[in-house]
Design a binder for this molecule. Structure first.
Ligand SMILES: CC(C)(COP(=O)(O)OP(=O)(O)OC[C@H]1O[C@@H](n2cnc3c(N)ncnc32)[C@H](O)[C@@H]1OP(=O)(O)O)[C@@H](O)C(=O)NCCC(=O)NCCS
Length: 432
């Protein structure tokens, strides 16, 4: 059963000064970013993320930002040199429940101002503001995986990149023949269908595009970003006249002496069940003039099991969502656990000292309670590892095998690792 669990447990953040103040280097100040500064945001963004597209064209695109959560760092003379924002994921799925999560995004520092501590100051600002809004957890996609671990973000979900050869054999699924797949050019009218099917998915880490700004920006398909491929298309799966799945895709032609060698790029695949997955992939893997289909799927995606020859798709594992527990007891009490668990966690947290103590977690499939305790620890770990294990995607036992979790009471690791696990692999189908 899904539901937002009541936060009956204590919170680490009720103490004054729970979040140490951001320390900005001299000569900089933090400011709110209103929509009127959109043009400056675009200019900064092109410094942080080099683009082949002109600033004018970028500025004309709809912004996905939630402006009241956008913050900048400017110099004393008002030049915007760094920024960050966050998306309000008010119903972010965690194991067995949904909870408000602050989705850190649009992090950028002008290269002339980097490595002076602006990101560090922005992280403090993000943490303070997220906690003040009652968001006990933050999540992000990392542009470079080496950036965020130092701030307590743990790698919480993985995805698998595939390059599938044209016509790759798939195992049969009964009922797939009853699913009809329509291929269409993406238009505004698809927005509702896409959002409805996407939001219905019950998977930890599966952030959905909750704001109108995100939904509008997601369907936007400017020519400048197509990298020589065609306009965005959608494959809509229907059964008995009802939409039951979709996938976005675009094709890019290539002609070689040996013949056509086009590529299909697939993103954001949503399926209601196995038959829909079989029908959709059957179409996407066998389009004329194409030699390969590039896709990224989560670790338990049906495609990985339907492919007769997985090796031929050259699977590559990479990082998906990263998670930071901002308020450890509130966050731990916000999810459910696969089995009954009663464990004392000795948590280290260099950034947020209020989290750094012993927490007793008593939980199970119906909910959890977390209390501060002076009892001896069963497991010792950094808040980063707790974030990695939070969605059920990184096993506490695997983290212990890597030396990142210490079992202080024999037997506690296996029990806690089982309870923190989840039958559905975590992850998100789009980069936020
Ligand atoms: C990544 C970026 C935001 C860092 O900003 P910054 O202001 O230079 O970072 P800070 O000076 O606050 O550095 C804080 C710490 O992170 C480290 N760090 C910063 N960027 C890093 C990177 N790309 N890889 C590894 N470590 C990094 C710093 O060395 C520093 O380490 P320390 O605490 O051990 O001294 C900035 O370089 C940038 O905008 N890069 C291009 C765009 C980008 O990647 N944005 C992130 C989107 S998710």
């Amino acid at each position: 059963m899904q539901g937002t669990l009541p936060h009956e447990s204590m919170t680490a953040m009720t103490q004054p000064d729970a979040v140490p103040a951001a320390t900005l280097p001299l000569g900089y100040r933090v400011v709110d970013l209103p929509p009127s500064r959109h043009r400056e945001v675009v200019t900064l963004d092109t410094w942080a993320f080099p683009a082949t597209v002109g600033e004018e064209a970028l500025a004309a695109l709809p912004s996905p930002l939630t402006w009241e959560r956008a913050r900048g760092v400017e110099t004393d003379d008002g030049e915007l040199v760094a920024m960050h924002g966050s998306y309000p994921f008010s119903h972010f799925p965690v194991p067995g429940a949904r909870t408000p999560v602050s989705g850190l995004t649009w992090v950028g520092v002008h290269p002339a101002h980097r490595r002076r501590g602006l990101l560090r100051a922005m992280i403090h600002d993000h943490v303070q503001r997220s906690l003040a809004r009652g968001e006990a957890v933050s999540a992000l996609f990392a542009a470079e995986p080496a950036i965020y671990g130092r701030f307590g973000y743990g790698l919480a979900a993985y995805d698998v990149r595939l390059t599938v050869p044209r016509g790759a054999a798939l195992r049969p699924v009964p009922g797939a023949e009853r699913v009809r797949v329509r291929l269409e050019r993406v238009e505004e009218r698809h927005g509702e269908l896409v959002q409805e099917l996407h939001a219905a998915v019950d998977r930890p880490g599966w952030a959905t595009r909750e704001t109108p700004e995100l939904r509008r920006a997601y369907l936007d398909d400017p020519e400048a970003f197509r990298e020589g491929a065609e306009a965005l298309r959608i494959a809509v799966a229907e059964r008995d006249g009802r939409p039951v799945g979709y996938a976005f895709f675009r094709r890019k032609s290539a002609w070689e002496t040996a013949g056509p060698r086009g590529t299909v790029r697939v993103r954001d695949v949503v399926v209601e069940d196995a038959a829909v997955a079989r029908a959709l992939w059957g179409v996407l893997l066998d389009l004329d003039l194409m030699a390969t289909t590039e896709a990224w799927v989560l670790q338990d995606d049906p495609l990985l099991h339907l492919l007769v020859d997985l090796r031929s798709a050259e699977p590559r594992l990479t990082d998906n969502v990263w998670v930071r527990l901002l308020d450890v007891p509130a966050a731990l009490a916000s999810r459910r656990y696969a089995t009954e668990v009663d464990v004392v966690l000795a948590v280290r947290d260099d950034l947020l000292p209020a989290n750094a103590r012993h927490w007793r977690l008593r939980g199970g499939p119906d909910g959890a309670v977390v209390d501060a305790t002076d009892a001896p620890a069963d497991l010792e770990l950094d808040v980063r590892e707790l974030g990695a294990a939070y969605l059920g995607g990184s096993s506490l036992a695997a983290l212990a095998a890597a030396g990142l979790v210490t079992e202080a009471r024999p037997g506690s690791l296996a029990r806690a690792a089982t309870a923190f696990g989840w039958p559905v692999a975590p992850g998100c189908s789009w980069v936020f």
